[in-house]
Design a protein around this ligand. Structure first.
Ligand SMILES: C[S@@+](CC[C@H](N)C(=O)[O-])C[C@H]1O[C@@H](n2cnc3c(N)ncnc32)[C@H](O)[C@@H]1O
Length: 359
């Protein structure tokens, strides 16, 4: 059962509040019944927890809000939360059931930009163009499409992006080789996103759900999300509602011919399932007609062609302790596809370890 797995493996280190709630929720059929009718792959317990958080964010004076670190200054101990969680959930049963039946878990992690921005910065050089046209697939609210708007702080390894940017992304650099940091961000002259469920940054209810999907107690994740949403509202990126495979070719064709096409996917392949091969094939087909680059940041479950990856990736897989995402730059041309496995990083962009040999 998903909830039992999360309670044992994921929540204890990442969200002590959800760990404490999940331990009791597991045996509480009356509360679990609020998510009855939701397919297992839609993660009913996660939807239930997000639905409660969604309501709490709008009602921060509720006693249960005092356990959520982003809703109070001094969060109460997680072990005391369950009776209040139960009472709140049952009191709002109809609203919660309506939410879990109509929504999907939806996130947008702006810090991931810190891990794939150095890869995007390699694209103009690789394609021989001064500027790029960005096509971001699985954009969510589009925060990852604005990677040239953010200031990046890589500690001793350096900084990048416009220094006065309102959104500042701090990423720990691990390992021997720092990521290559260009003086200026990549020049993006055209940008468009594609998502089956785009989030409008100007829609308060949709962005509240995005916030509610972040587990409580995850440090600065919520703060970063809110700051990036605020910045994006000034000039929201264009995101087309559609399917990653079916609707991709039309968006690639839109990119003006003088620009290098750069497709980005950030934790999307993991969700494509059986469509993943068709997605890669569509890109490879498009690359045969016009050279393009694909920057993929994804989990080891999602990223394709892992069997052809270099030894450091295979050693990671063989270790049985995969706790990172991978960053890859693929060049797609008439000659075929060439993959460059660049880095590994934290799932939410917290750290990066550059693995590509220096040029
Ligand atoms: C985990 S989120 C990642 C969002 C963002 N790229 C990030 O890294 O924060 C995955 C996104 O992919 C979208 N998605 C999943 N399957 C899709 C498909 N077949 N076509 C288009 N979008 C899809 C979801 O709606 C969701 O917004």
């Amino acid at each position: 059962m998903v909830l039992a797995h999360l309670a044992k493996h994921d929540f204890p280190t990442r969200s002590p509040l959800y760990a404490a709630i999940a331990r009791e929720l597991l045996d509480d059929d009356e509360v679990l019944a609020l998510a009855t009718g939701v397919a297992w792959h839609e993660l009913p317990p996660m939807l239930l927890l997000a639905a409660v958080r969604h309501l709490l964010i709008a009602a921060p004076t509720e006693p249960l809000a005092a356990f959520h670190a982003d809703l109070t200054e001094n969060p109460r101990p997680p072990e005391e939360a369950y009776p209040l969680f139960r009472e709140f959930a049952l009191r709002h049963g109809d609203e919660i059931t309506a939410l879990v039946r109509s929504r999907a878990i939806q996130t947008n992690e702006v810090l991931r930009c810190a891990c794939y921005m150095p890869a995007v910065a390699l694209v103009p050089g690789a394609l021989g163009t001064a500027e790029i046209g960005l096509v971001d697939v699985g954009s969510s609210a589009g925060l990852g499409m604005l990677l040239d708007h953010y200031a990046y702080d890589y500690g001793a390894a350096g900084s990048a992006g416009p220094a006065g940017a309102p959104v500042r992304l701090r990423c720990e650099v691990r390992g021997e080789v720092p990521p290559p940091l260009a003086a200026a961000p990549p020049r993006i002259a055209h940008r468009v996103g594609l998502d089956r469920a785009p989030v409008d940054v100007r829609d308060p209810d949709a962005t509240r759900w995005l916030r509610a999907s972040v587990w409580p107690g995850q440090g600065s994740r919520v703060e970063l999300l809110l700051g990036a949403l605020e910045a994006a509202r000034a000039d929201p990126p264009r995101i087309v509602a559609g399917d990653a495979v079916r609707d991709l070719p039309a968006l690639l064709d839109e990119v003006p011919p003088e620009l290098g096409v750069c497709v980005t996917t950030s934790v999307v392949l993991t969700y494509l399932g059986s469509e993943r091969a068709a997605f890669a094939a569509a890109l490879e087909e498009a690359g045969r007609r016009r050279p393009m680059a694909w920057v993929a940041y994804d989990t080891t479950h999602g990223i394709d062609r892992i069997e052809d990856a270099p030894p450091w990736v295979r050693a990671l897989m063989d270790s049985g302790k995969v706790d990172c995402a991978l960053v890859r730059l693929s060049l797609l041309t008439a000659a075929g596809r060439e993959d460059r496995w660049l880095a590994r990083s934290g799932y939410h962009g917290e750290w990066i370890e550059w693995m590509d040999a220096p040029d």
